[in-house]
Ligand binder design. Structure first.
Ligand code: 13P
Length: 270
């Protein structure tokens, strides 16, 4: 990375924008409030001195307890889904404002389990992104191709359409609080992680899509994480790729030791 000191300042070239490494745990439908607090208490000391930023997307009912347990630690708490309306007659749903008040600062949107099992389309996800941004919750947009789409050579087409559908009409200023997670559907919960080289190629492609939608500065600034069977043994090589800014972890985020090991493996990469 080329950094030139000029008149006492450090100037970074546009293509070398420094992006922190972010490690998000997605607990899915695991852990009660009590279990969440217990895990955070065990996890916090092992990640206290680490460079990577640990975030946890926890079940709705665990948000308040997780936020209380994470107070005085560097762990940041978020949610896994929300409705696109501010309020209304939507039995069983939850709004961005409710999540914010419970203490969530970010929300996962468009996870493939939401798309596949709950019928979420790109247009629903677009509306959720807009709502989250309006109500000051940072969205993490999940995108990814199925095995069939990859085998048909359609990975780039699928990802560019997902990004275009979701971000068209989202203003550039609002986009600055968005993160993107590339999660190939075939790698989620299967033990088949994509190789670091595959991930780098796809992330560079996603960044080029963001450049097309916005501009090159915006594309260089956005964090793009990888998710799908991430384990501690593979993480360092993944986050060493230029366009991989962290990981989104399912199964391995459920135990303090395995999640801490992932965060520790990111040490000194950037
Ligand atoms: P696994 O790490 O269990 O494959 O889950 C990935 C995921 O879906 C994270 O959102």
């Amino acid at each position: 990375m080329d950094i030139k000191p000029i008149l006492g300042c450090t100037i970074r070239f546009e293509q070398d924008v420094a992006r922190d490494i972010i490690v998000i745990g997605n607990w899915k439908m695991h852990k009660t409030a009590h279990q969440a607090a217990e895990m955070i208490e065990l996890l916090a000391p092992s990640v206290a001195g680490c460079q990577a930023r640990p975030l946890l997307a926890v079940p709705f009912t665990a948000i308040s307890a997780a936020v209380a347990a994470a107070k005085q630690t560097k762990i940041v708490i978020g949610a896994q889904n929300m409705h696109d309306a501010q309020e209304g007659p939507f039995t069983g749903e939850i709004s961005a404002l409710m999540l914010k008040e419970a203490g969530a600062t970010f929300v996962l949107l468009g996870h493939s389990e939401r798309r596949r099992l709950f019928g979420e389309t790109d247009s629903v996800i677009h509306r959720k992104i807009v709502r989250a941004l309006q109500d000051d919750l940072q969205p993490v947009l999940c995108i990814g191709e199925t095995l069939r789409e990859r085998e048909e050579g359609r990975t780039e087409e699928v990802l560019s359409l997902q990004l275009e559908h979701v971000f068209t009409h989202v203003p550039k200023t609002a986009f600055s609080s968005v993160r993107i997670a590339y999660e190939p559907v075939w790698a989620i919960g299967t033990g088949k992680s994509a190789t670091p080289q595959m991930v780098q190629k796809v992330h560079a492609f996603c960044r080029s899509c963001v450049k097309k939608i916005y501009d090159s500065t915006t594309a260089q600034a956005v964090a793009i994480l990888y998710g799908g069977s991430v384990k501690a043994e593979r993480v360092r090589e993944l986050v060493s790729q230029d366009d991989v800014d962290g990981v989104l972890v399912g199964g391995a985020s459920l135990e303090p030791a395995s999640f801490a090991a992932i965060i520790q493996q990111c040490e000194g990469v950037r």
